[in-house]
Write a protein that binds this ligand. Structure first.
Ligand SMILES: NC(=O)C1=CN([C@@H]2O[C@H](COP(=O)(O)OP(=O)(O)OC[C@H]3O[C@@H](n4cnc5c(N)ncnc54)[C@H](O)[C@@H]3O)[C@@H](O)[C@H]2O)C=CC1
Ligand SMILES: O=C(O)C(=O)Cc1ccc(O)cc1
Length: 286
């Protein structure tokens, strides 16, 4: 099996912590060094057995690492890679878990010194919770991790990054970064935009006064679970996948408009058929 001597994790939260946990559990890494800004979180990482040691100095943290996993919010990823690039050991592979790929891959590939390698990745697995406390080793089990090589990607580094995610229990489709961003704009980013809007809309609706949200029952809670996700993470996704998200929001508005028309017209057959089509598609993915 593939074994790394030293893995540095920059941004030890749900995604970075969970990958460190599973790779340690499987014996695929001999040592894990946590790098971050908040010492409390990093200390907790050591206490929880996610990290062997930590530092707030990125330069020190990546010294001698043969694998670096960057799992900060998306906008910070190229900044962090620029900061560590001069200090990477020859042969080091840098990969990431960011939710947007064109922005990250385009910037990071250019930052890599000769003889070091960048490969973009995105686990399609997560929860609405953040921080190392929320991490767990089975997060990636049975999920998919999209890896996004380009024409510049080193073949052996790519093979190793694919292997890492397989060890974590995921299947690993390869996708072009631009295509990736379109796919996740539809399946992940749009639902988050809608969930955040729905909670704000109901919160802002004060026709009768009082706190409507306190009446929320199962359906509202199920639908809006993801609106509890981290605001900085979603700010960065909206900033860096803007065009694809706008396209999906406009496309979605068309469906909402159609439904609005059916409701306004009292079109019983149209409504039934709209709901039936959706129910059949949703039932099929369960
Ligand atoms: N939460 C989720 O369900 C998923 C998140 N992702 C992506 O993974 C990445 C990490 O997300 P989470 O683990 O959920 O976030 P998190 O909030 O649990 O962890 C991020 C960590 O990065 C640290 N950080 C922020 N800026 C930093 C910087 N400049 N230098 C060093 N550390 C820094 C934070 O203090 C925090 O400890 C994001 O890019 C996100 O888009 C990908 C798949 C799922
Ligand atoms: O909590 C959930 O169900 C999610 O949708 C988690 C998630 C968030 C962001 C990603 O890029 C991938 C997965």
């Amino acid at each position: 099996m593939l074994v790394f001597n030293r893995m540095a994790v920059i941004g030890v939260g749900l995604i970075g912590g969970s990958l460190a946990r599973i790779l340690r559990e499987k014996g695929a890494v001999k040592e894990v060094v946590g790098i971050g800004r908040g010492e409390e979180n990093l200390k907790r990482g050591v206490e929880l057995g996610v990290l062997d040691r930590y530092t707030t100095n990125a330069k020190e943290g990546v010294a001698g690492a043969d694998l670096v996993f960057v799992a900060t919010p998306v906008c910070a990823i190229p900044k962090v890679v620029a900061e560590i690039a001069p200090f990477l050991a020859p042969g080091c592979i840098v990969t990431d878990g960011g939710s947007v790929k064109e922005f990250v891959v385009e910037a990071c590939e250019q930052l890599m010194p000769e003889g070091t390698f960048f490969v973009g990745g995105h686990p399609i697995a997560g929860t609405e919770h953040s921080g190392v406390e929320a991490s767990f080793s089975t997060l990636y089990q049975g999920k998919r991790c999209i890896v996004t090589p380009t024409a510049n990607t080193d073949a052996l580094a790519l093979e190793k990054v694919v292997e890492i995610w397989k060890i974590a229990g995921s299947t690993v489709p390869l996708m072009d970064p631009v295509q990736h961003d379109r796919v996740v704009a539809a399946i992940s980013h749009l639902p988050h935009m809608v969930a955040y809007s729905l909670v704000n809309a109901v919160d802002g609706y004060d026709r009768f006064g009082g706190d409507l949200l306190s009446f929320s029952a199962g359906g509202f809670r199920d639908f809006t679970r993801i609106a509890s996700s981290d605001p900085v993470m979603w700010r960065d996704i909206a900033l860096t996948n803007r065009d694809a998200i706008l396209e999906m929001m406009d496309f979605f508005s068309g469906y909402l408009e159609t439904l609005r028309g059916l409701v306004a017209e009292g079109d019983a057959e149209g409504l039934r058929s709209f709901f039936l089509n959706s129910k059949e598609k949703r039932d099929a993915i369960l």
